[in-house]
Write a protein that binds this ligand. Sequence first.
Ligand SMILES: O=C(O)CCC(=O)C(=O)O
Ligand SMILES: [Mn+2]
Length: 262
Amino acid sequence: MDLFADRPQTLVVDAEGGIRYWPAFVGGDEAAAWFAALRDGCAWQHQRRPMYDRVVDVPRLQAWYALDAPPDGLPLATMLARVQAAFPAAYNSVGLNLYRDGRDSVAMHNDKLHMLVPGQPIALLSLGATRRMNIRAKAGGRALGIDLEPGSLLVMSHASQTTHEHGIPKTSQAMPPRMSVVFRARPAMAAPSRPPGQKASEAGRNALRRTFTPAHTLNRSVFPAAGRTSGADGETPPMHHSGMDSTSPITDPAARRAARRP
Ligand SMILES: O=C(O)CCC(=O)C(=O)O
Ligand SMILES: [Mn+2]
């Protein structure tokens, strides 16, 4: 039995709370129910973005919602209330990542600072399969590997995004789907907007659907494995897109290798 499962463990220390990991933040049954509801109910998108001289598929599915207008039928409001109770903050946006199998990943990155309200944390709930996250100080040194269990919560300070990078590497192990549900406080100009006259709930449901390829059009199976390539990518707030890129290219050759399909 993990004696520390019911309270947060500090992984990185800084003046804003650093990076904390709470393994059993919610129970297994609840985590499984949330996973199924979000897997089946989210408007999953399969994004493509330029990288160097190519356009690559982002190797995971993504969905985004404004928290002032979460769509009906998803457990996002309940999840937000649980996160708020433990780590109160001005969360107004949620981004979801669906890793269909071990070939899906997110390259080492920090979340975009200009898309975050200073001082406000990022709260990341994990559901589905356990996947390893690497956390590495930008100053150098060994990466810390943390297995993100279903029902766990990882809370990263805004400050930690200036000092550390994080990523989910690919794995050759057989891997069922895994999801992360990431609550953030976005600056007002970055929050998803809705056209005049559109109801908030409708805007939340349709948030940015129009700008991205719906996952179901790729249609290989329920969660298509088609077209996944490696590459630098990271958190992507599509509500703010001049092109499609959201992270700086990875220049470290080791990190680039790590981002490739095994
Ligand atoms: O899926 C994860 O645990 C990491 C996701 C992430 O880093 C992001 O969305 O920015
Ligand atoms: Mn991130």
